[in-house]
Write a protein that binds this ligand. Structure first.
Ligand SMILES: Nc1ncnc2c1ncn2[C@@H]1O[C@H](COP(=O)(O)OP(=O)(O)O)[C@@H](O)[C@H]1O
Ligand SMILES: [Mg+2]
Length: 234
C-alpha cells in the first residue's frame, strides 16, 4: 500500500479563543523508526498529536499527508476509554465499524491480544482490567487496524516499570513491522530506548528535531538543555 508519509506540518498554529495553544509547529514526520515528542507540561505535546490526528483543526498553517490518510492512522490516548464489553470485543470494535465480518475480526482481535500478552483475559470485561492491562488492550485495539502511523500520548505515564517495558516491547514490534510510532513521553530513558529522533517542544513551538543521540549529547537550544538538566537523572 502506498505510504501516507511523510506528514508535513508547516507553521501550524492553533488559537482557542484568545489562547494560543500552538504557535508554530513546523515538522516532517517520515516513515521509519519511532519519533518521540518531549517537552515540559503545557508545551503542546498533546496538541501536536491531536492536530496530526485530525482532532483539532489548525487556525493557521498547513498539515499535509503524502496521500489521503483515511483509515491509516490511529491514536492511543493517555487514559484510553474502554467500552463496556470484553477485552476481545474492544479490540474487534474498530474492525466491526469498518464492516469486517465477525469471524475475521475476531481472529485478528485474538491475534493482537495474544501479541500484547493478554490472550488469557480476552473474555473479561475490559473495564475491570488493571491500568497496565487496559493500556495493552488500547494498543491491541490500535494494532488491529494495522495503521501506517500510530500516535500515542504518554501511554506509560501511569504504568509501573515492568508494564512500561512490556509496552515498549510491543511498540518496538509494531515499528519493526512498519508502523510509524509517534509518541509523547516524560520518560527520557524511554525516549532513548525507543526513539530514533526526538522532537522537542517549547511553548507551542518545535524548537528541535534531532537524531536521539545528538539530542541527548548536545541539545541545540538552551531550552532543551535546561529541560534535560531538569529531568535528570533518567
Ligand atoms: N482546549 C483548550 N483550551 C485552552 N487552552 C488549551 C486547550 N488545550 C490545551 N490548552 C493549553 O495549551 C497548552 C498546551 O497544552 P498541551 O498540548 O496539553 O500540552 P502538553 O501535552 O505538552 O502538556 C497548555 O498551556 C494548555 O493549557
Ligand atoms: Mg499532554
Amino acid at each position: 500500500m502506498a505510504s501516507i508519509l511523510p506528514l508535513q506540518l508547516s507553521h501550524v498554529r492553533l488559537a482557542i479563543g484568545t489562547t494560543i495553544v500552538a504557535e508554530d509547529f513546523t515538522l516532517a514526520l517520515a516513515a521509519g523508526d519511532p519519533t518521540i515528542v518531549v517537552g515540559a507540561n503545557g508545551s503542546g505535546k498533546s496538541t501536536l498529536l491531536r492536530l496530526c490526528h485530525g482532532l483539532a483543526i489548525p487556525t493557521g498553517g498547513t498539515i499535509a499527508w503524502a496521500r489521503d490518510p483515511k483509515g491509516q492512522q490511529a491514536m492511543v490516548f493517555q487514559r484510553p476509554s474502554m467500552l463496556r464489553r470484553s477485552a476481545l470485543a474492544n479490540v474487534a470494535y474498530g474492525l466491526k465499524l469498518r464492516g469486517m465480518p465477525r469471524e475475521m475480526r475476531t481472529a485478528i482481535a485474538r491475534d493482537r491480544l495474544c501479541r500484547v500478552g493478554l490472550e488469557a483475559i480476552a473474555d473479561r470485561p475490559a473495564r475491570v482490567l488493571s491500568g497496565g492491562e487496559q493500556a495493552r488492550v488500547a494498543l491491541a485495539r490500535a494494532w488491529a487496524l494495522d495503521p501506517q502511523i500510530l500516535f500515542l500520548d504518554e501511554p506509560t505515564a501511569s504504568l509501573d516499570p515492568a508494564a512500561t517495558r512490556a509496552l515498549e516491547d510491543i511498540l518496538r514490534a509494531m515499528a519493526d513491522e512498519g508502523t510509524k510510532i509517534v509518541m509523547t513521553t516524560h520518560n527520557l530513558g524511554q525516549a532513548r530506548r525507543l526513539g530514533a529522533d526526538i522532537v522537542f517542544l517549547h511553548r507551542g513551538r518545535v524548537l528541535e528535531h534531532a537524531p536521539v543521540e545528538r539530542f541527548f549529547r548536545s541539545p541545540g537550544t538552551p531550552e532543551a538543555a535546561a529541560y534535560l538538566a531538569g529531568e535528570l537523572p533518567w
